[in-house]
Ligand binder design. Structure first.
Ligand code: ZN
Length: 633
């Protein structure tokens, strides 16, 4: 029997907003969970919210709410986003729930009874934003938070400490003996060298605020948020609440935590040390993924280039968004989110490769057999090649999914899709259809294609559940494809004589990138403040006279009136105003506080403003009723 499977995302911070990073982790967890279920494994997928801490207490106060009412109010932000992204979790945990408080109380009690908690005094530099103390050796003399860059405050308090240092060797041994404990493997060394630098004991209590889980043996103290938050994983698995469930989804399961790479130390060091002390099984794999940039740049609100999952699914559909995130970057490395990238994937992988295979197959079946399956027992070698390739594909996908290499798993499935497209070209159903004696062979070919597509729909269902269902429906099978197990689809005789195929219609419409770019959000380059703009003085000036500059064909010498003074301005406009004398009397715009300059020996006391388009350069003419000297602002 296959081992059960437990997968978690981090619990997200309740004050924040779900963004592309948390969407990425949560989609990945959903995909791996759906995949394991489809392979006949019993699974448990938990996501949720981290609801304690000083900042939550402060935010609630600012909004005139109790912390509990505040977190209740924020929770739908996350639940709605996960629903929009088609995330099917088994458990949504909130750290303010009773079951969680019970679990935290219990683990503290065990660790305390073991002698691993002692009372001390903590004085350190603390980031209120990150709710973390930073030891001097991480600060290099700076007083700024190494994580968020904010100013640190010195905090001194009585605190209880967890003897984390005691478990350094046991943890190193565990990492050494379990090569898949930290994934991707490339992250192992980072963790190992951090442990080898020497672990400090961890302050696990706070007494400067009250919004947290009280510590029974330490009156007046509440549990440090990370100690509280990390425990959510065992709470969800049933620890201290449901022993049977805990055995099933923790002790007898492959336990996997998906996280962003920024919190790997909490998960690969603090959490396992807590579990080692409590005598609880360690997770099997901690999988850290990379960051997303946007159009090649770091995402930031000021740049206006933050990818909003809601916008993206409106534009491309939820399945294309899920597919793109998991296909574009390898899970452990950083990826770049771009319009060109997602449109390219949609058009080539989804519309062309997969969409065409489906359309061609259904179109031909309709044309040759009126969309009704004809059984056939003929078989040629090339059919066995396809069947063997399917078996290989399933094995490779299993291998990659075990290591959370989503992109390579999809690449493998797409190789099979390409192979089926090639199979059409090789078997040439249109030629078979012309020969009455080849009807049976034609049916055999068409059946391989239908069955192949159904298998593809099954394989992509964890990634793109809606599209997979549409493919299944078009093949005439309305059963919920996400409820199927591999055993239901592995054979090649699913489509029986007389089965009515459905109607073909495009599942992935192509997107034109030009149109797409017009819809792109307004972005500005090098934004300036209003103060910057105010430094430039632009005035309306009246042109009193214009002449050529001797020895310089391109330049015109303007005499203008700025409302107060006459000025001479030299401008390279000769080419665009051959009939320059006609400009006399016009009112135009000039920068009035530009440093004076000399051009070809002539003094220039300002700059005339112009526009440039495909017709050339033009002065900006102002209505003649506006007085010379009027300021542009
Ligand atoms: Zn910070």
């Amino acid at each position: 029997m296959k081992k059960n499977f437990f997968v978690s995302t981090p619990i997200y911070y309740v004050n924040g907003d779900p963004h592309v990073g948390s969407a990425y982790t949560t989609i990945a967890a959903d995909v791996i969970n759906r995949y394991n279920k489809s392979m006949g494994i019993e699974t448990h997928f938990v996501t949720g919210l981290d609801e304690h801490g000083q900042k939550v207490e402060q935010a609630a106060e600012q909004h005139g709410l109790t912390p509990q009412a505040w977190t209740d109010k924020m929770t739908p932000n996350f639940k709605n986003m996960w629903a929009a992204l088609n995330i099917k979790y088994d458990d949504f945990i909130r750290t303010t729930e009773e079951r969680h408080k019970k679990a935290v109380k219990k683990i503290l009690e065990i660790v305390h009874a073991k002698g691993d908690i002692y009372k001390g005094e903590y004085e350190g530099k603390y980031c209120i934003s990150c709710e973390t103390f930073f030891p001097e050796n991480q600060l290099n003399g700076s007083n700024k938070c190494p994580d968020c860059g904010k100013e640190l405050t010195v905090l001194k308090e009585e605190s209880y400490f967890f003897k984390m240092s005691k478990y350094a060797d046991a943890l190193l041994k565990h990492i050494d003996e379990h090569p898949d404990f930290i994934l991707p493997h490339s992250r192992r060394n980072e963790v190992i060298s951090f442990i080898k630098q020497g672990l400090q004991d961890l302050s696990i209590s706070r007494n400067t605020f009250t919004w947290g889980i009280p510590i029974e043996f330490a009156p007046g103290h509440i549990t440090y948020v990370w100690f509280d938050a990390l425990t959510n994983y065992i709470t969800s698995a049933g620890f201290e609440n449901d022993d049977k469930k805990f055995d099933k989804f923790w002790n007898d399961a492959r336990v996997v935590h998906l996280i962003g790479k920024d919190i790997i130390r909490f998960h690969a060091i603090i959490w396992p040390c807590m579990l080692l002390s409590a005598g609880i099984k360690l997770p099997d794999s901690i999988v850290a993924h990379g960051w997303w940039t946007s159009e090649g740049e770091k995402m930031s609100k000021s740049k206006g280039n933050v990818v909003d999952p809601c916008n993206e699914i409106k534009k491309y559909g939820v399945d294309a968004f899920r597919y793109y995130l998991l296909r574009e970057a390898n899970f452990g490395t950083d990826g770049d989110y771009s319009t060109k990238g997602i449109v390219g994937r949609l058009n080539s992988d989804l519309a062309n490769d997969l969409g065409n295979l489906l359309n061609r197959t259904l179109g031909m079946y309709k044309k040759y057999f009126n969309g009704v399956v004809v059984a056939s027992s003929t078989s040629e070698e090339i059919d066995d090649v396809i069947k063997a390739m399917f078996d290989e594909t399933v094995k490779d996908v299993e291998k990659y999914m075990y290591l959370f290499e989503f992109s390579r798993a999809l690449e493998t499935i797409w190789k099979f899709i390409s192979r089926l497209n090639k199979y059409i070209d090789e078997t040439m159903p249109w030629a078979l259809a012309k020969d009455e004696t080849k009807k049976s062979r034609l049916a055999a070919v068409m059946n391989i294609l239908c069955e192949g597509l159904y298998k593809i729909a099954f394989l992509i269902a964890p990634y793109m559940p809606e599209s997979a269902q549409k493919i299944s429906n078009q093949l005439g099978i309305d059963k919920d494809i996400t409820s199927l197990k591999f055993d239901d689809i592995k054979e090649w005789n699913i489509f029986k004589e007389g089965h009515q195929l459905g109607e073909a219609s495009p599942i992935f419409p192509r997107i034109e990138i030009e149109k797409e770019e017009v819809k792109k959000e307004l972005k500005i380059e090098n934004p300036i403040s209003i103060d910057d703009f105010d430094k430039v003085q632009i005035k309306v000036v009246e042109i009193l006279d214009v002449d050529k500059v001797k020895g310089a064909d391109k330049l015109l010498k303007f005499k203008v009136f700025d409302g107060e003074f006459e000025r001479q301005i030299i401008s390279g406009l000769a080419k665009f105003y051959p009939n320059y004398k006609a400009l006399v009397g016009e009112k135009v715009l000039a920068v009035a506080n530009l440093k004076f300059a000399k051009l070809k020996g002539e003094l220039s006391q300002g700059m005339l403003l112009t526009t440039e388009d495909k017709n050339g350069v033009s002065l900006i003419k102002i209505d003649k009723t506006v007085e010379a000297g009027a300021i542009v602002s």
